[in-house]
Ligand binder design. Structure first.
Ligand code: NAD
Length: 241
């Protein structure tokens, strides 16, 4: 933290990008954990617009199962989510959390205004008028949009669709002093390109992951190990400086 001649302390602007690895220890499997399958399904069968138009019931069932699991008593935020929530509450104006995750564990760990660039499991969207509705139960065939009566789809960004909040994220990356990537393999664009963007605009870059990701060369520093240990370690060190 810097002190200006005015005596005002300025805190660094931090953008934190998280991926499936931060939620792994909370009991939500990562995406590529087993041969590119997501919970025993090929992504082409459950996470593309084509899959939804071909077999809507199968896709709804897949997300209904993920939603039920997320809402089960076994799934809780882990120390990594809680540490990031504490960091953001300490510096609410300067910490931006962007997640590729569709779970709500950041919010349950105390974070707010989380930018869910790939959507949210606990929301659905009208296929016609795009109204977004909070949703905490199964989507059934008889469920329809209360505004226009059309069908509902998971509020998830599928492969081939445009992620949400890209303008806000790009601005934040360009203004960042520090970019931190946590628990993401760096395989899925545009998120995989964020480190290069932030670095080009002058941010320091840190990766926290089980092992070096494919993007390791773009990071100034790496902390390798379980997110539940490494993230609190980093946050505590940051708060003490
Ligand atoms: P990924 O599955 O491709 O990569 C996960 C990364 O996390 C890997 O690099 C792995 O080494 C690391 N990792 C695993 N366990 C870890 C731990 N305990 N501590 C630290 N790091 C750990 O994940 P991705 O890059 O986020 O891409 C997957 C996509 O699938 C996302 O876009 C997301 O939308 C979706 N997805 C979401 C969830 C969720 O919401 N929790 C879960 C699975 C998949």
């Amino acid at each position: 933290m810097e002190t200006h001649s005015s005596g005002k302390t300025s805190t660094p602007r931090i953008v934190i990008l998280t991926g499936a690895g931060i939620s792994a220890e909370s009991g939500i499997p990562t995406f590529r954990a087993s041969d590119g399958l997501w919970e025993q399904h090929r992504i082409e069968d459950v996470a593309t617009p084509e899959a939804f138009s071909r077999r809507p019931q199968l896709v709804q069932t897949f997300y209904n199962e993920r939603r039920r699991k997320l809402l089960s008593v076994d799934i809780k935020p882990n120390p990594a989510h809680i540490a990031l929530g504490a960091l953001q509450r300490r510096f609410p104006e300067t910490v931006t959390i962007v997640t590729q995750n569709i779970d709500n564990l950041h919010e349950r760990g105390g974070a707010f205004n989380v930018l869910h660039m790939h959507g949210e499991l606990l929301k659905v969207r009208c296929v016609r008028c795009a109204t977004v509705i909070e949703w905490a139960r199964d989507v059934e065939m008889g469920d329809h949009c209360a505004v226009c009566g059309a069908g509902l789809r998971p509020h998830i960004v599928w492969f081939g669709e445009m992620p949400f909040y890209m303008d806000i994220i790009t601005d934040a990356l360009r203004q960042a002093d520090l970019f931190v990537s946590i628990g993401t393999s760096g395989n899925i664009y545009p998120a995989a390109g964020f480190v290069a963007e932030a670095k080009t605009y002058g941010a320091a870059t840190l990766e926290i992951n089980l092992e070096p990701s494919g993007n390791r060369a773009f990071f100034d520093e790496g902390l390798y190990g379980r997110a539940s240990e490494k993230v609190p370690e980093w946050v505590n060190g940051f708060l003490q400086n």
